[in-house]
Design a protein around this ligand. Structure first.
Ligand SMILES: Nc1ncnc2c1ncn2[C@@H]1O[C@H](COP(=O)(O)OP(=O)(O)OP(=O)(O)O)[C@@H](O)[C@H]1O
Length: 838
């Protein structure tokens, strides 16, 4: 990928080949070539068609033209496409392939359309098909008409067809040739559609019922003609065909050709440190080609069944229906398919997302050279010599990798961070000294013209399409333009922090979107907690497909703090239940359990069920901790510590990554951290355990940490209208009758408070401390208890009720604090003793 630059002084010119190369790979050039192909195809169509009427007359002129005649304006050629059109037709039709030369035109137009990106075609399949058909028809016509049509100038099979058929005849005789043509014709037909097999079978035995008629039609539609559909239509059909095949198949069919996969390899430039005017050689990699993914064959068993049926024709129809019914509902002998409940569910399509213009890597050589020179100068001015410098141009950041000359101390360069930033007059400079695993030093410099990384480009990438991750989360692109993805099951919980307006919500939407594009509603449920009430309301329409809620909740998106506590505790109950099931099944994790369940080794009558993954998303976690304190923190920590194995994963986001919000326990249990730009170095240390996040440039620029070293990533951009479209697309499809219902959570504290009427021994553990607090302050205030003990309003309210029943505070007093009926701690001790002796 890297090319060393020429070290010659006169270098401006070497940019030219680079520019030409970049231009050739550009969309504009593709478009122009495509347009030329289409125009040439239309010209050939005119020439060929005209040839049938004018060919006889033109042939005599073409075969014996007067010298220079064809170049003259007044030549006697009658073909509408002129002398060249006549020559071309004469050559391709009569001298080569006969009438089947029309397949050349078909291929030219198709290739043109594809290059212009007007339609999606599988060019390779078209090429093979057109070539095979052209040769086959040419030989067949050559054989059938034996050369020239009677009384005509036209060779229907062309000279090729005539000569080849004659030669084959001489070798195997006319019957042999007919057989060869028949066999090759059937093979070509099978190449187009497997339906041909049925047709052949039926030809042998006309009484056979035509099986999978619908399927055949669909398959037929995969042939040449239907490829002309728009990508969206084609993908829709594809989805229908593969039923619940995840989007990867659907999309990879749609993006069948090489250039729709968006993965691009790093764009790297090698920069020469000494010659400040040194040329830069850029090498952009070719897009990675995509192999056609064929939907898994569904018919293997059916074909066997067919064979059985053939011996029992009387029962054919009945048997057939019965089998299809069984397959539809999930045959007990076949693996359980959780997707069957919503078997017609279609995964969201890529056309729901915007492409945000040209996002291909472009390199501003002027900017790169200027930055390189400034870095070299500033280092030189501090007495640091370097032996080489290399740049990797990312979507928003360029990484300059410097190899210092021998004897230069790394710490010396690290200390110059501010000086380099000053000399480049840019924000967001980050120095990585040394780059882990390399003996170089990295200087990250923001690009003058940052590019958006559209979510569509990430989801269309080969890496995402072919991922084997269980919960693939596509976050964006790295500095080397590689798609950056993590498996949430391995994360297994994620902490997202960033000051307001730096891309947190977009990041969370990107996470949810990538999961929605890969997971079926039966495999994944979200619990969304949105104290801001507006950020996640867009997901409300997919409640019956992808959301989970409490049994009595009206909305699945949780905005009320008291419901948050209940939901989190309910998730703990779900977690415990899942652990019990895992234990009973003798499995160590959800994957093993689900595999056992789908292979029907676990009996649903014993409580076993297919377990969808549950992803909990909590926005504004800081707010929650401020209002509900330990009540929220405790279940979160339980989930974070234990839930990984049972497929429950949490992603919490906060604007304020301070230590009282992201406590030690939370940090310890959330190993994956995403930091957008934060306000201070302290905040960066809280979230990442190191500085760096305060130097990011915002707008989705982020650091991802899992393990030792953070990776700088430009977050994929997905806008609210795009998410709305996805939600709408999903919501219009059949869903479950309700959202996924979480188990009921019985609040033990609430029970004790009602029991407190009769049994004051079952008091809240904080009761005594709370009593002392109100006596000390002589103020019966619920919010005081809430604040001092960092507990939620509900619990504080219950403690206050218990204090009232114990006669320590008076009844509620409107908005004012309650009266405190105990004078001092002695008085309190007496009352508490009385209560305990009751
Ligand atoms: N990945 C991205 N690429 C390009 N622009 C982005 C990206 N992420 C965010 N932005 C820009 O930044 C703006 C603010 O982003 P976002 O709403 O996600 O911020 P936020 O951190 O969630 O703010 P708040 O905490 O106030 O909700 C967006 O409207 C968009 O213009």
């Amino acid at each position: 990928m890297k090319k060393k630059t020429d070290n010659k002084p006169n270098v401006g010119k070497s940019d030219i080949p680079n520019k030409v190369m970049t231009a050739i790979k550009g969309e504009t050039v593709h478009f122009i070539i495509g347009l030329l192909c289409v125009i040439f195809g239309v010209y050939m169509l005119l020439a060929f068609s005209s040839f049938f009427f004018t060919g006889g007359n033109d042939q005599s002129i073409l075969s014996h033209p007067n010298p220079g005649e064809l170049l003259e304006t007044g030549n006697r050629i009658q073909n509408y496409a002129g002398a060249r059109g006549a020559q071309l037709s004469q050559f391709l039709i009569n001298d080569c392939f006969g009438i089947s030369a029309y397949f050349i035109i078909a291929f030219l137009i198709v290739a043109g359309m594809k290059l212009m990106k007007a339609y999606e075609f599988n060019l390779w399949k078209w090429f093979v098909s057109c070539t095979a058909l052209m040769i086959w028809f040419s030989i067949t016509l050559g054989f059938a008409f034996g050369g020239v049509l009677e009384d005509s100038f036209l060779y229907p099979g062309g000279l090729h067809g005539y000569n080849v058929s004659q030669w084959i005849c001489s070798q195997v005789g006319a019957p042999g040739l007919i057989l060869i043509l028949l066999v090759t014709g059937i093979l070509i037909g099978v190449f187009f559609t497997k339906g041909t097999i049925d047709v052949v079978r039926k030809a042998f035995r006309p009484s056979l019922p035509r099986r999978n008629k619908e399927k055949d039609e669909n398959k037929d539609s995969e042939t040449l003609s239907d490829k002309q559909e728009s990508p969206a239509e084609y993908q829709e059909k594809n989805n229908k065909e593969t039923k619940n095949e995840p989007v990867e198949n659907a999309v990879s069919e749609q993006t069948d050709e090489t250039d729709t996969y968006e993965d691009s390899k790093p764009v790297e430039i090698e920069l020469e440190p000494v010659e400040t005017t040194a040329p830069l050689q850029v090498e952009t990699s070719k897009p990675i080609s995509n192999k056609e993914t064929t939907p898994a064959p569904v018919e293997t068993n059916k074909e066997e069944e067919d064979e059985n049926e053939y011996s029992e024709p009387a029962f054919e129809i009945n048997n057939e229906r019965k089998e299809e019914d069984e397959e539809y509902r999930g045959n007990i002998n076949q693996p359980y398919n959780p997707r069957l409940d919503l078997e017609h569910y279609k995964f969201p399509t890529l056309d729901l997302l915007n492409s945000y213009g040209d996002h291909e890597p472009t390199i501003d050589m002027e900017e790169q050279n200027a930055n390189k020179n400034r870095i070299i100068q500033v280092l030189r001015s501090f007495g640091i010599e370097i032996s080489s410098i290399k740049a990797s141009v990312g979507p928003t950041i360029t990484l300059y990798e410097i190899t210092p000359a021998e004897g230069v101390r790394i710490s010396k360069i690290r200390n110059l961070e501010d000086d380099i930033a000053l000399s480049l007059s840019a924000l967001g400079i980050r120095i990585i000294a040394p780059i882990p695993g390399k003996g170089t030093i990295g200087i990250e410099v923001p690009n003058a013209n940052p590019r958006i990384v559209p979510m569509s480009s990430i989801l269309a990438s080969k890496k995402f399409q072919e991922t084997t991750f269980d919960l693939p989360v596509a976050l964006g692109k790295t500095i080397t333009n590689e798609v950056f993805m993590v498996d949430l099951t391995k994360a297994p919980h994620m902490l997202v922090a960033g000051a307001t307006g730096q891309g947190k919500s977009v990041g969370l939407n990107a996470i949810v979107t990538s999961l929605l594009y890969k997971k079926h509603p039966s495999e994944l449920k979200f619990v969304i907690i949105d104290p801001k009430k507006v950020e996640f309301a867009i997901y409300a329409p997919i409640e019956k497909h992808f959301l989970a809620k409490l049994p009595d909740a009206s909305d699945a998106i949780i905005t009320d703090v008291s419901k948050v506590v209940q939901t989190l505790n309910s998730l703990c109950v779900e977690m415990d239940t899942r652990y019990d099931l895992l234990r009973k099944a003798g499995c160590r994790n959800i994957k093993e359990y689900n595999a056992k369940f789908t292979s029907r080794q676990l009996n649903p009558e014993n409580g076993h069920r297919f377990m969808p993954y549950i992803v909990i998303i909590i926005d504004e976690f800081g707010d929650l901790i401020m209002t509900a304190g330990k009540e929220v923190e405790l279940p979160i920590c339980r989930i974070a510590q234990l839930a990984r194995a049972v497929g429950i994963h949490a992603i919490i986001a906060t604007q304020r990554p301070t230590t009282n919000i992201i406590t030690g326990t939370i940090k310890a249990n959330f190993p994956a951290r995403v930091a957008f730009r934060v306000a201070s170095m302290m905040d960066s240390r809280t979230i990442l355990d190191r500085p760096g996040a305060q130097q990011l440039i915002g707008k989705g620029d982020m650091l991802y940490l899992q393990g030792n070293d953070p990776v700088r990533v430009q977050c994929a951009f997905v806008d609210t209208p795009e998410v709305e479209k996805i939600a709408e697309y999903i919501s219009h499809q059949q869903g479950y009758p309700t959202a996924f219902i979480l188990p009921e959570y019985v609040d033990e504290n609430a029970e004790s408070s009602s029991a407190a009427d009769v049994d004051m021994n079952r008091l809240d553990p904080l009761f005594e401390e709370a009593a002392r607090l109100v006596i000390y302050h002589q103020q019966g205030s619920t919010s005081l208890i809430q604040r001092k003990f960092s507990i939620g309003y509900n619990r504080a309210g219950r403690i206050m009720d218990q204090l009232e029943r114990a006669g320590i505070v008076g009844p509620a007093n409107g908005s004012k604090a309650r009266d405190v009926l105990c004078m001092d701690e002695n008085d309190l001790d007496m009352r508490l003793n009385n209560l305990k002796n009751q």
